[in-house]
Design a protein around this ligand. Sequence first.
Ligand code: ADE
Length: 231
Amino acid sequence: RNRIGLIGAMEEEIELFREQMNDIKETSRAGLTYYAGELFGAQVVLCKSGVGKVNAAICTQILIDDFEVQSVIFTGVAGGVHPDLNIGDIVISSDCLQYDIDASPLGFKQGEIPYASASSFDADEHLVELAQRGAESLQDVQVVNGRVVSGDQFIANPERVQGLYKQFNAFCVEMEGSAVGQTCFLNQVPFVIIRSLSDKADGTASSNFLEFTKLASERSYQMVKNMLQTI
Ligand code: ADE
């Protein structure tokens, strides 16, 4: 049976999904609530991970171990990094990495996980394709396939955004995706991250985030809804 783990970090990012789920069975693990049920014809386990990489990794591992999901979709909002992207646009992850891991005094590159076999994690090609197909009906929104970078920081600074673009070729920045990606990679579970931009991670990021998180969450929801309907 094809069961899909669906993660968002914040209430805004998951509430639309929970409202549409049928036959919900609720379970608590590690302080998180998991909603198992039917959503747009798919078997889904939905969870609000909380913010940051640790929360996201724990949530993902529990989805894999206890709920036996066969794939993971992350849905939510991000700060735009690629200069051509605007608020509301959507990034489908090509791959993801943690920009804030830094053992450079030991000779490792920034973003490189010391002694690990991989530091960036590729999204599943089939899930990316499904996401791209799910985007075809969306209007007045750019949908791109690019790198998602994650760190335990809310970025609200133009120099830092430019740095993330130049150094990592990031398309968007957020606080969970790469933890989900790494956990899925280690467990050999396919994943994809869908992020709609709530802000551009610059000087206006804080006020834009508050203003546009609802809109961006709806965009991401629409994308994932279209995806689930084809799974
Ligand atoms: N999520 C949404 N906007 C963000 C930003 N500017 N930095 C980190 N995570 C975000």
